[in-house]
Ligand binder design. Structure first.
Ligand code: NDP
Ligand code: MG
Length: 385
């Protein structure tokens, strides 16, 4: 019986993780959950799964939840704030932490979990993008596994099974191209939030859906792949594959290319991380090669979708530059979701911050968080609210 804690149990990845646990009650127990503020869903999860700890970021909401679940036995301990997220992430009862929280808020809880010896099912890519140089060596030192949940990275991880001794020539990271694939920069000038939220293949949280539209998501995934698979950026090639059937591929030194294919269903990579290295039945659609007419490929349009360009620049600079890219993007996407800025202003905010940042070599966690604050202050001083 594996004991699972989830950082961000109310979101898209969090609830799909619960679907996997629900389908396999003999193999998993849910011991801890958490969210930012969605206490009504947390209450439902407490009543269904009876976890031991529930962390709520918002302190007032935590107090309301505590009163609401006072009748549940055995009692669930309700904790709050960063201290609460860390308590959940390091709870002695868990074996694995699924990091399904969105954004850099995941850095400290993830590091604390690794220090406490927990395996990590990693969905929260922003943490690896900004603190990969701290997390990867720490995980190695602690002997914990970082199991990718992001579909592309899970695909690469699956392609690398049994290939430990073999050199990766290149990683072919697939991208759907998002809702605006084929559009020009002029077309993007007046796209709306509603248009950007309509992803053609995947149903995901709002932030990552916008990241897919700008292709910043793919840029973050390039950085994520560099850390997870220890490859040079020049060995990562993004391939647009609009049907989202090939989830990524690895080319080896002998020219062989191994790919992982499947229907777009995040429960598969989640389940693979939870059961690794075992595969078990997953209820859902299967690829039907008798009706599948085509899988097509093209090059990404780097000049229109600047997300990739910024990501390659950020890894080339290294240090705190990936944090600048990520933090500026988090800030800009939040503003776009609030309808305060236009779509192309997301790129402008990232570009502005990256161009005036004084890079810090190998930043510590506090320097990463200071850089995040610097980015917010820098954007606020140029763009009025
Ligand atoms: P969602 O927005 O759907 O969910 C985010 C989760 O984080 C929610 O549970 C939310 O709680 C919680 N949260 C937000 N802020 C805080 C906070 N301050 N403290 C504690 N919890 C907080 O996101 P997704 O599930 O889409 O994405 C999660 C991560 O996984 C992201 O890093 C994303 O890039 C990555 N990912 C997602 C994929 C997907 O298919 N969705 C695919 C691949 C990667 P609340 O509900 O209360 O706001
Ligand atoms: Mg992905």
């Amino acid at each position: 019986m594996k004991k699972v804690a989830i950082l961000g149990s109310t979101g898209s990845i969090g609830t799909q993780t619960l679907d996997v646990l629900r389908a396999n009650p003999d193999d998993f127990t849910l011991v801890g959950i958490s969210a930012g503020s969605n206490i009504s869903m947390l209450e439902e999860q407490i009543r269904e799964f009876h976890p031991q700890i529930c962390a709520v970021w918002d302190e007032e909401k935590a107090a309301t939840l505590k009163a609401a679940v006072a009748d549940v036995t055995p009692q669930c301990k309700i904790v709050s704030g960063m201290e609460g997220l860390i308590e959940l992430s390091t709870m002695p009862e868990s074996d694995i932490l699924i990091t399904a929280v969105v954004g850099m808020i995941g850095i400290n809880p993830t590091i604390a979990a690794i220090k406490a010896g927990k395996d990590i099912g990693l969905a929260n890519k922003e943490t690896l993008v900004t603190a990969g140089h701290i997390i990867i060596p720490l995980a190695k030192e602690m002997g914990v596994s970082i199991l990718p949940v992001d579909s592309e990275h899970s695909a690469i991880f699956q392609c690398l099974n049994g290939e430990k001794e073999n050199k990766i020539d290149k990683i072919l990271l697939t991208a759907s191209g998002g809702p605006f694939r084929g559009k020009t920069r002029d077309d993007l000038a007046d796209v709306t939030l509603e248009m950007a939220l309509k992803h053609p293949n995947w149903s995901m949280g709002r932030k990552i859906t916008i990241d897919s539209a700008t292709m910043v998501n793919k840029g973050l995934e390039v950085i994520e792949a560099k850390w997870l698979f220890n490859v040079e950026p020049s060995q990562i090639e993004v391939v647009v594959q609009p049907q989202s059937i090939i989830h990524s591929m690895v080319q080896f030194d002998d020219g062989a290319v191994i790919a992982q294919l499947g229907t777009p269903d995040m429960r598969l990579p989640i389940q693979y991380a939870l059961y690794y290295p075992k595969r078990v039945f997953l209820k859902g659609d299967r690829l039907d090669f008798s009706t599948l007419t085509e899988i097509t490929f093209s090059k990404p349009d780097h000049d229109t979708f600047l997300g990739l360009k910024y990501a390659y620049k950020a890894i080339e600079c290294g240090g705190s530059m990936p944090t600048v890219l990520n933090a500026a993007n988090e800030y800009a996407v939040a503003k776009f979701l609030d309808k305060k800025i236009r779509f192309l202003e997301i790129y402008e905010m990232i570009d502005y911050c990256m161009s005036c940042h004084k890079n810090i070599d190998s930043p510590s966690v506090s320097q990463i968080l200071e850089t995040e604050q610097w980015v917010y202050d820098t954007i606020k001083s140029k763009w009025s609210d």
